[in-house]
Design a protein around this ligand. Structure first.
Ligand SMILES: *Cc1c(COP(=O)(O)O)cnc(C)c1O
Length: 416
């Protein structure tokens, strides 16, 4: 395959030490929960392409919607021009959100959606004449993106705060208030620092990229209460948890609280193309309204609200309406709980946990990630060892037999 060897001298891979990175597997097609390799081998995808392909790959309804949109108009600028896919999508997303989360700003990646959320939180105060509140409280183990602004609100180690000190804005990152000690620390932090804060940001129920760490809904209610008490903007980053992954359409439903801003991406287009949304409350939106252009939200990506992405997202929402996705998530959840449970007794296994369509086997450590990855590929599955975990976040349309192949592969590689 000459394109692979030639291109390998020119591509730069994500999160990879290029000196030692193994040659990636060439893929020719995808279908349902399967990745078909150039050499004809099929892998069952355990992670739905970084948590995006929630309806499986190549869903005919999404494909038809995108093909139709491609005929009519692949893209048109969003400033001064309107198109139905984006306006319909904004209306539908607002209808799915609780409270007065009614205003949708489209971008093209999750990180940028978070950047926009932070800008909204900070500028809404400046617009109202409130100065000096520009810090964002974030939590240890959290992940909100790779751009500079979002790195500063990631876990300090992962966000490489010390490496980039001086470049990154300094943001406070403290443990989630989930037990007596961390609640006390959170409360005293808030009392001390609230006057410099604009917002609190959290991934509701699951810190995904931080290692699939779960927390109970009470934590989110505690954050809502603190944000209300101190007048702060509460941001729920649902980029990973949104669209059914935790068992409800959005994780916020399980806490029964509405944040002031929600960010969405990953499964928004059913894994079809890049698109993200920042959804703000009517109250925050109102803080940008005035007779002066100076209070406008100053952001606007070139490919904002790309019609192909919006068409895919509308089609994905159709599928959540027409097909029993949340029942499928519940069935996946039960099957993973049963089939991953036996891993608990295996050497080196620290924890087994399942929430919605997220199954996690946590180890003391993963000594040889490439070696483990190789064994998993030999089992016919695409599962990426990550930090100290092996995890499954499959498509909701995966068959029980395919899911058993995934859980069986994990059990076998950990027993060997
Ligand atoms: C993936 C992710 C992001 C970043 O999204 P990108 O599209 O990769 O920029 C932000 N927040 C959370 C919770 C994520 O899982």
């Amino acid at each position: 395959m000459s394109w692979l060897e030639e291109g390998w001298r020119h591509v730069w891979l994500p999160y990879a030490q290029m000196a030692t990175a193994p040659l990636p597997l060439p893929v020719s097609r995808t279908e349902g929960a399967r990745i078909i390799l150039e050499d004809g081998r099929e892998l069952i995808d355990g992670i739905a392409s970084w948590w995006t392909a929630c309806h499986g790959y190549n869903h005919p309804h999404i494909r038809a919607a995108v093909a139709g949109q491609l005929e009519a108009m692949p893209h048109v600028m969003f400033g001064g021009l309107a198109h139905e896919p984006a306006y319909r999508l904004a209306t539908r997303l607002a209808a799915l959100m609780p409270g007065d989360l009614n205003r949708v700003f489209f971008t093209d990646s999750g990180s940028v959606a978070v950047e926009v959320a932070v800008k909204i939180a900070v500028q809404s105060r400046l617009n109202q004449g409130e100065r000096g509140r520009h810090r964002i409280l974030a939590f240890s183990g959290g992940y909100h993106g790779d751009t500079l602004g979002t790195m500063a609100i990631c876990d300090p180690e992962e966000g490489m705060h010390s490496l980039f000190a001086g470049l990154l804005p300094e943001q406070p990152v403290i443990p989630l208030p989930r037990d007596a000690a961390s609640i006390a620390a959170f409360e005293s932090f808030m009392e001390r620092e609230h006057a410099s804060l604009a917002a609190i940001i959290v991934e509701p129920l699951v810190q995904g990229a931080g290692g699939m760490v779960f927390h109970p809904p009470e934590v989110l209610r505690r954050l809502r209460a603190a944000a209300d008490h101190y007048g702060l903007t509460l941001i729920f980053d649902e980029i990973f948890t949104g669209f059914g992954r935790t068992g409800s359409l959005f994780a916020l439903a399980q806490a029964g609280v509405a944040p002031d801003i929600v960010t969405l991406s990953k499964a928004l287009t059913g894994g079809t193309s890049p698109l993200a949304a920042t959804i703000a409350s009517d109250r925050l939106f109102a803080a940008f309204l005035s007779a002066s252009p100076a209070t406008a939200l100053m952001h606007g990506p070139t490919f904002m609200a790309n019609p192909l992405g919006c068409a895919a997202a509308n089609a994905s929402l159709d599928l959540f309406e027409r097909e029993p996705r949340l029942e499928q998530v519940a069935a996946i959840s039960a099957q993973m709980a049963q089939e991953l449970e036996p891993c608990r007794g295996l050497p080196g296994v620290r924890d087994v946990r399942v929430l919605g369509a997220i199954g996690v086997v946590q180890l003391a450590e993963i000594k040889d990630p490439p070696g483990l990855r190789q064994k998993l590929i030999a089992e016919g599955v695409w599962v990426r060892p990550f930090r100290d975990i092996l995890y499954l976040t499959p498509a909701f349309t995966i068959t029980p037999a395919e899911l058993s192949r995934l859980t069986g592969a994990i059990r076998r590689v950990l027993s060997a």
